[in-house]
Design a protein around this ligand. Structure first.
Ligand code: AMP
Length: 426
């Protein structure tokens, strides 16, 4: 048996785990300022939830879902995205009776059977938000601005925000008709997949990466020319609200995103540092989805960010983030007989919130010092019979090499103060 993680998946530990935690903690704090509450939904759902919401004609449903039957023969799918599960939970728990809009955020793994490459994997993490129950353009502007605020708070600077309107159930169909007619005229130049898409859902041709299809779309009719009065006014207000809070964007009429459920506002944020997989995240309105699942007409909007890509962009922009948690103190035991006292002190320091560790191999002092170094300890504290007799312990600053003697009972306070001021300066 080959002991390797399945293709397109990876183990997350050490620095990567620390970075993720930082991204998540920043999200928890910042999303909270915007009135969001956490939600966790199952990793798998009934397959139909995704086929009906994402759309039969999308790449995700056609090619990328991890679908399987359980032992009772139910068709289940590992979630490829987070919106449909949140909508399902919203309906199942009758959250419609709560004051609306209800704002929920999630973080967790998603699964898509895609060809793995830099920035693209089969299991990846998304951080996402859904604001359900308001039609107001202010919610659109707030959602987009939250996404940008979050990325900027992490330190990203080189971001490109693209904005479009997909119209609504009244105006989008007339655009689709015109687009289909245009594509039928140029059918011969389309790839096999797109030939099928013309009949199934011509909007999906915008997902095609092939040069000849993309070339054809340059001359194609634009959705923004077909918006109804209501969608036009909505889109104009979203833009002016975004400008009023200093969020810069570029209008991109070919931005349709890979899901069938989008209506009105659609957006995507890209980084120029990521090569082909340059989208950090995106989202849009899905005003018809809740009704589609049998709920009352309830407008909604959300976005999802790709955690791995955000981390990659931070690296590429050279932004140094707090990684794994650091060790404050390494407690070096000098001589076996001091171990019980050392262990007690270790326990005391930890209970005071000082990250402390020791050697569990009864190694020599020299080996313990090496270990302290490897573990990145800020200080090494020496506990031996001589120290215990004198009631004073040596503490070494591992960076400068300076050594001081501190009275045994004052050690916790001394360390707390030093560590506090060092971390404060960072
Ligand atoms: P989507 O759910 O397709 O709107 O994607 C939102 C974000 O999730 C994208 O902009 C990416 O950052 C990330 N993402 C989507 N698919 C993948 C994947 N296969 N691997 C890594 N990240 C992904």
């Amino acid at each position: 048996m080959e002991l390797r993680a399945p293709r397109g998946t990876s183990d997350i530990f050490s620095r990567q785990a620390g970075l993720r935690r930082h991204l998540e903690e920043t999200a928890v704090e910042l999303f909270g300022w915007y009135g969001y509450h956490p939600i966790t939904t199952p990793i798998f759902e009934r397959t139909e939830l995704f086929t009906r919401s994402i759309g039969e004609s999308t790449d995700i449903v056609q090619k990328e879902m991890y679908t399987f039957r359980d032992k009772s023969g139910r068709s289940l799918t590992l979630r490829p995205e987070g919106t449909a599960p949140v909508v399902r939970a919203f309906l199942e728990h009758k959250l419609v009776s709560q004051p609306l809009p209800i704002k929920l955020y999630y973080s967790g793994p998603m699964f898509r059977y895609e060809r793995p490459q830099a920035g693209r994997s089969r299991e990846f993490w998304q951080l996402g938000v859904e604001a359900i129950g308001s039609m107001n353009p202010a919610i659109d502007a707030e959602t987009v601005s939250l996404m940008m605020h979050y990325l900027e708070t992490l330190g990203l600077r080189d971001l490109e925000l693209l904005l479009n309107s997909m119209g609504c159930s009244r105006c989008c169909p007339s655009f689709v008709k015109v687009l289909r007619a245009y594509l039928e005229e140029h059918q011969a130049n389309l790839c096999t997949d797109c030939k099928r898409r013309v009949q199934l859902n011509p909007l999906r041709i915008f997902d095609c990466k092939k040069e000849r299809c993309r070339g054809l779309l340059k001359e194609a009719p634009l959705i923004t020319d077909y918006l109804c009065v209501d969608c036009k006014a909505h889109f104009a207000e979203v833009q002016s609200l975004l400008m009023s809070v200093g969020v810069e964007f570029k209008l991109e009429p070919s931005l349709v995103r890979g899901f069938d459920y989008y209506t009105k506002t659609a957006f995507e944020v890209r980084s120029p540092h990521l090569g082909a997989q340059n989208a950090l995240g995106g989202g849009g309105r899905y005003d018809g989805l809740i009704e589609e699942f049998g709920g009352p007409p309830t407008p909604a909007i959300g976005f999802a960010l790709g955690v791995e890509r955000v981390i990659l962009a931070l690296h590429r922009e050279g932004i140094d983030l707090p990684g794994d948690s650091t060790l404050d103190v390494f407690l070096a035991v000098v001589g076996k007989e001091s171990k019980p006292e050392g262990f007690k002190l270790l326990d005391k320091l930890r209970k005071l919130g000082i990250a402390t560790d020791m050697d569990y191999g009864d190694r020599s002092l020299k080996a313990q010092m090496k270990l302290a170094d490897r573990m990145g300890a800020l200080y090494t504290l020496f506990v031996g019979s001589e120290e215990l007799e004198k009631g004073m312990c040596k503490i070494r600053d591992m960076k400068s090499g300076e050594q001081v003697e501190v009275a045994f009972e004052k050690i916790p306070r001394w360390l707390k103060k030093q560590i506090g001021s060092r971390k404060g300066k960072k």
